[in-house]
Design a protein around this ligand. Structure first.
Ligand code: ARG
Length: 463
């Protein structure tokens, strides 16, 4: 006889129920209820397979299915009473099924364990998030491509070391991020292909003596195939780690873009004006308009990378197969996925709504002797100077301009000729920022013509 206080699902050999602290450390229902719909989907597929294989009767499978769908709607309507005594989502659902349909509920767990069940549920959940992340990245990329199309020939300073380096186009800068987010999409897609194998039917760890059909449940759940090794199936969490890896890199990209928006929207730069919809005010300084959303996006990587480190640390050194340590896999992944999706949505809104200050950017693009390389290249091309000598001559001209407190295009022809007699009037053409960017037509360069081609390519790819 089972003691009344012991667990209804596994209490057969127990004389007493768990200590309150035991229940507190053991229960996962507080968070794994997020797996409810995946759990029910998995159980429906399992029950249908058991019936198709003659392991349970069709009428039992039918009762189980109807009961599970009732539970799903109870959960969706917020009417389900989750119980910590029943530990986790799997036993909460099964416990309620027993209340609803009685004896057939006890047949659902034939040829199955919570080990393959949770591995299946969690894969389904991570797979959904992987798809959602890909879509959100595509939406952000579309917003960036729209900005790039509008500003294919707006000129801004390009930086190295955050020092003005050479003029670039706004469109080119936007499209640099589109490249990054395309790699992120590809990483999520790769991870999805690898994770899309079904653990269901691995049972506790060794498989089962029942004549189950793992292909059938795999197909029903949208998996490409069953996992080939039952031990691996129940103990693998690579799918979650790969998701977090892809999420970490995407979050790093978001953080870099966020940082640029913080810098660009400052009073010192004024390259962009963020919309009011994505800014906040200060409670003390009435003039302030703060880029809080960008700052929060910049910070989200902390929890996302933290989740990856936490899960790697949980998994390292775990002997095969399942250990309860693995219950610690979920909260981190849930939190990281939420953070990534929120950051992507906020960034998409900000990029869509922001206004580039074209005149400010153009003025800044001409500052800091940004066309010095154009001048050196001109000396090589037109006067046949070796590049090293051209570099030296240009350096002398920069020093002269700096001494005069002016920019390169403000030097007179006589100034120029005092440094190198061969320089002619035509040099002034390459000192303008528009000519500078238009001349950078090498593959992958910043020229507006190339930016327009890339915008067309991305519009085609992103739809
Ligand atoms: N709540 C558990 C988890 O999240 C489900 C699997 C429990 N398996 C077991 N053998 N106790 O990992």
């Amino acid at each position: 006889m089972t003691n009344d206080n012991s667990n209804a699902m596994w209490g057969g050999r127990f004389a007493a129920g768990p200590d309150a602290i035991m229940e507190a450390i053991n229960a996962s229902i507080g968070f794994d209820q997020r797996l409810a719909s995946q759990d029910i989907q998995g159980s429906c597929a399992h029950a249908a397979m058991l019936a198709a294989q003659g392991i349970i009767t069709d009428s039992d499978a039918q009762a189980i299915r109807e009961g599970l769908l009732t539970i799903l709607s109870e959960i969706e309507r917020g009417e389900f009473a989750f119980s910590a005594t029943l530990e986790d989502i799997h036993m909460n659902v099964e416990g309620r099924l027993k209340e609803l349909i009685g004896e057939p509920a006890g047949r659902l767990h034939t040829a199955r364990s919570r080990n393959d069940q949770v591995a299946t549920d969690f894969r389904l959940w991570v797979r959904d998030q992987t798809d959602a992340a890909g879509e959100a990245l595509a939406a952000l990329s579309r917003a960036l491509v729209a900005q790039a199309g509008a500003g294919a020939d707006w000129v801004m300073p390009g930086f190295t070391h955050l020092q003005v380096a050479q003029p670039v186009t706004w469109g080119h800068h936007m499209l640099a991020y589109v490249e990054m987010f395309a790699r992120d999409r590809a990483r999520f897609a790769d991870a999805r292909a690898r994770m899309n194998e079904s653990p269901l039917g691995a049972a506790a760890l060794a498989g089962t003596s029942f004549a189950i059909d793992r292909e059938m449940t795999a197909v029903a759940l949208g998996f490409d195939r069953p996992c080939a090794n039952s031990l691996d199936a129940v103990s693998d969490r690579d799918f979650a780690l790969e998701f977090l890896g892809a999420a970490s890199i995407a979050a790093m990209h978001l953080s870099r873009l966020a940082e640029e928006l913080v810098i660009w929207s400052s009073a010192q730069f004024r390259f962009v004006t963020m919309s009011d919809r994505f800014s906040t005010g200060s409670s003390i300084m009435p003039q302030k308009k703060n880029p809080d959303a960008a700052e929060l996006i910049r910070a989200k990587i902390g929890r996302i990378v933290g989740a990856q480190v936490a899960l790697l640390t949980v998994m390292k050194g775990l002997p095969l197969t399942y250990s309860k340590d693995m219950q610690e896999d979920k909260e981190q992944v849930f939190d990281a996925a939420d953070a990534l999706m929120l950051a992507l949505a906020a960034m998409t809104g900000m990029v869509r709504d922001m206004t580039a200050n074209v005149a400010e950017m153009e003025a800044a693009a001409g500052s800091g002797f940004s066309t010095a390389t154009d001048l050196a290249d001109w000396l090589v091309r037109e006067l046949g100077l070796p590049f090293r000598e051209a570099h030296h001559v240009t350096g002398a001209l920069v020093a002269m301009a700096e001494g005069n407190g002016c920019d390169l295009p403000d030097l007179t022809l006589a100034d120029m000729q005092s440094v190198h007699s061969g320089i002619g009037e035509a040099v002034f053409e390459v000192l303008g920022v528009h000519n500078s960017v238009a001349s950078r037509v090498s593959l992958g360069g910043t020229a507006p013509m190339l930016v327009r081609q890339q915008v067309a390519r991305w519009e085609e790819e992103l739809g």
